[in-house]
Design a protein around this ligand. Sequence first.
Ligand code: AMP
Length: 204
Amino acid sequence: MLCTKLGACHLSTGDIFRAAKALDACDRTPALTAALQYMRRGDLVPDETVLALVAERVGCLQCQGGFLLDGFPRTVGQAEALEALLKKHKLQLDAVVSYELPIEKVVARLSGRRTCPGCKAVFHIEARPPKIEGICDHCGGKLYQREDDRPESVRVRIDAYEKSTAPLADFYGVRRLLRSVPAEGAPEEICARTLRALQNGVAR
Ligand code: AMP
């Protein structure tokens, strides 16, 4: 939604890993095969692998409409490497969005999420159920639950967030780039709130 409104190029490191899952095992590099195991458990993929994949897609960052990084960076090491990459290509970040939601709501959202493998539409079994159970409203694809949305992986993801990703709030706070956005409500409301935060440029 944000990318459509902003006309920006979307680069999601999680999407890159999910696309790699669909490849034949022999078409994956050993680093990607290992990355998928980290992902399945809910652990962060090592910085080196993530950074190599982002560097390969630097063209996306040079998109005329700008770029939106989704799920990257997730560690201070990645943020430092991103800073160097952007500097090298004479690019810069306008803002960093941090969505704020109580942990129990995060868990409820993740565990009820169902995704379409075809068009990537996202549903929720309670908050946004598809018209026909298990079937995507938009393209008729068969909805699935991401492996890392299962309770045992969600616990690991939350730990990884606390330990490795939460420190980025300070990292971007001191650079005056951080925009904290409450993530309560429907996706459309959150999108509108995000656009307002980006326009107002209110830093935390
Ligand atoms: P996401 O779709 O952004 O929720 O990412 C799904 C999973 O992919 C994460 O739980 C990690 O295992 C892996 N992943 C995605 N982006 C990164 C990143 N920037 N650093 C490390 N691991 C990542």
